[in-house]
Design a protein around this ligand. Structure first.
Ligand code: ACO
Length: 228
């Protein structure tokens, strides 16, 4: 397996990988019924393309004997500034995709309520946004390696703080194993509409969203669970 930085020239291939492996498989997308495996979702594709532009993303590529390449996994990392999430929430209403709105309202509102920028007094965060491994390559440590390399990219680019919104128990375990710490959590059965109906019926074993962080270049004292 080769690990390479993702450039804008890889966008087409990366999006094709995500359509087949992330769009329908990620726990919140699945709960919302956002899209069928292999089909496109313009709102989510725009979100992914934004991250690719920041040139901090990494892919795992399987180079076969005949010289052909296949993307086995990707991690899309973006640079997040203090007002970005509030702006994205404001723009969400103009997006016609109700399922996308359900997912991103949960993520954006949670991030605004549990504000890492205020807590750590930083003006930019390395945001590990999308972690995806091809279903035929799972269980081989590729996600682990992609997260490890993301931490290295963040370090190299001088970031003090990384964050990730991990939506399922496996991604949560992966981030924690790389020294990420849980900053805040949102149980899915408490994300309800005005009639008390659960908005995203996420399938077991995934029960909550976790916002995790990792500090680098600072002192390890920072890596403590915040008081709630
Ligand atoms: N069942 C049990 N354990 C699992 C599973 C599983 N389905 N998937 C991963 N793990 C555990 C592994 O045992 C391993 O533990 P270890 O380090 O103690 O050995 C650890 O998680 C890492 O495993 P990897 O092999 O590195 O993970 P993999 O390459 O299979 O990718 C991923 C995991 C990314 C969650 C993959 O299943 C996937 O793409 N799922 C769909 C998309 C998704 O949910 N992405 C994460 C959303 S959150 C975000 O994007 C920020």
């Amino acid at each position: 397996m080769e690990y390479k930085m993702i450039g804008p020239e890889h966008s087409g291939q990366v999006l094709e990988h995500l359509r087949r492996n992330f769009f329908a498989d990620e726990p919140l997308n699945k709960a919302a019924g956002l899209c069928q495996n292999g089909s496109s979702c313009s709102a989510l594709e725009d979100h992914c393309a934004e991250a690719i532009k920041d040139r901090m993303s990494v892919m795992a590529v399987d180079v076969k004997d005949e010289g052909t390449c296949k993307i086995a996994g990707v991690v899309l990392n973006g640079i997040l500034k203090p007002r970005d999430t509030a702006k994205a929430l404001d723009k969400l209403g103009s997006n016609g995709d109700e399922d996308f709105q359900k997912i991103f309202k949960l993520l954006h509102c949670h991030n605004i309520k549990h504000n890492l920028f205020e807590h750590f007094d930083v003006d930019s965060v390395f945001d590990v946004r999308i972690l995806s491994v091809d279903s035929s390559y799972r269980g081989q440590g590729i996600a682990n390696e992609l997260v490890k390399r993301s931490v290295a990219v963040a370090k190299k680019n001088g970031f003090r703080l990384l964050k990730a919104d991990a939506t399922g128990i496996f991604s949560q375990k992966i981030f924690r194993s790389h020294g990420f710490i849980v900053f805040s959590e949102q149980p899915y059965d408490k994300y309800t509409d005005e009639n008390g109906k659960v908005i995203l019926p996420v399938e077991s074993p995934h029960i909550k969203l976790q916002q995790l962080y990792k500090t680098i270049c600072g002192n390890d004292q920072d890596n403590k669970e915040p008081a709630h």
